[in-house]
Ligand binder design. Sequence first.
Ligand code: PLP
Length: 458
Amino acid sequence: MAKFPVEPFRIKVVEPIRQTSRAKREEILEQAGYNVFAVRAEDIYIDLLTDSGTAAMSDNQWAGVMLGDESYAGCRNFFSLEEAIKSITGFEYFVPTHQGRAAENILFSCTVEPGKSVPSNMHFDTTQANVLARGGDPVNLLAEVGLDPTSHAPFKGDIDLARLEAFIEQVGPENIPLGMLTVTNNAGGGQPVSMGNIRATGELLHKYDIPFFLDACRYAENAYFIKLRDPAYADTPVLEIAREMFSYADGCTMSAKKDALVNIGGFLALNDEGLFKRVRQELIIREGFPTYGGLAGRDLEAIARGLWEGLDERYLAYRLAHTKYLADRLLEGDIPILEPPGGHAVYIDVKRLLPHIPQSELPGQSLACEMYLEGGVRAVEIGSVAFAREDPETGEMVYPDLELVRMAIPRRVYTQAHLDYVAETCQRIYEKRDQLRGMRFTYAPKLLRHFTGRFEPV
Ligand SMILES: *Cc1c(COP(=O)(O)O)cnc(C)c1O
């Protein structure tokens, strides 16, 4: 039997959740156009849609909220945040943003022009969309092993350095305004990137004078994976590992809704003064004055405190073991998942679970719908709905290599019994998997199709 980690916290505030009947859920899902994003949260029992902004804040963070200084300029909470960001990342400059994608938008609007390429191990959906929105080309160069859902390699988020160099030579460094690594690799299963790969990516990009940015949403989980899996770092404090990761980069985008344990917020940090001045200008137009950047003072304080809490090693040990517990329960029931599990989520490998549904019939969407119908569990499709793209030359649909349904685990929110319930729901679906049918779009938006698309069963 899988072993559940003991929580390094106790519960002080509770929020009721409520179960509905299958008949009621069938009605709700049909009205929602078979898209769980369109279901009201109150009609969900266990919500694993995302780990983004869904964390339970600590008493210390809530206490910080009460110390919010809501002055327009120069509020004290900005300086708490500055201290945390500079101490952890080492970057010279930063701007707060209302969330991660705002940091991406501002970074790319200052760096990416039409026809330019941004290589990465794997862009997350909002990152990909923000590069495309600037007329740029988001290029994924994940190492081969990261695409093998059965490999137990320790660092399946690594970029393929040989392909990165070949790519730079092919398009020319002048056409690459920046390179990125997503740590951990969310779109590829929450897999960590090794320290060696981060260092080598920085060296390679710098050899061609290309700036290197981390998409650092889950940098603390990545750092703890390095501690667990790279013997050279077994005795290194996580804070030091994180600092070393950042030391190879020129900046980062961050969604504080992940490893900073808050419900809203983000930032863009960087070393280049010239770029910072342009970033600040954009920020003022889009987000707000540079000492609040689209957030209230209290939010800045909660992020500053959350950044430190997110690096607590007892918390991180629990966090990764908690996610692994759900993965182990599913594996015990022969449910195919991406292995080893990532830090923030367990991904069902839909190609292996539902081989009878072709990617053109959106098998991940079908599974996500069934999880809701069967148990009121909300998960998200990360496959053909989210990532298939029309080839601009041939007009044909290009389907992603991985067809996944992600169960993201909110931080410090669900107990062992909740995860057991999710595993049992998945088990019942597994027993009747042959009966699941494909889906088709009745409305397909151009970008980020999984958020607002509508569907019907085939
Ligand atoms: C969540 C996320 C983003 C975007 O952040 P938001 O706060 O949701 O805007 C970008 N990259 C990765 C890897 C993410 O997980």
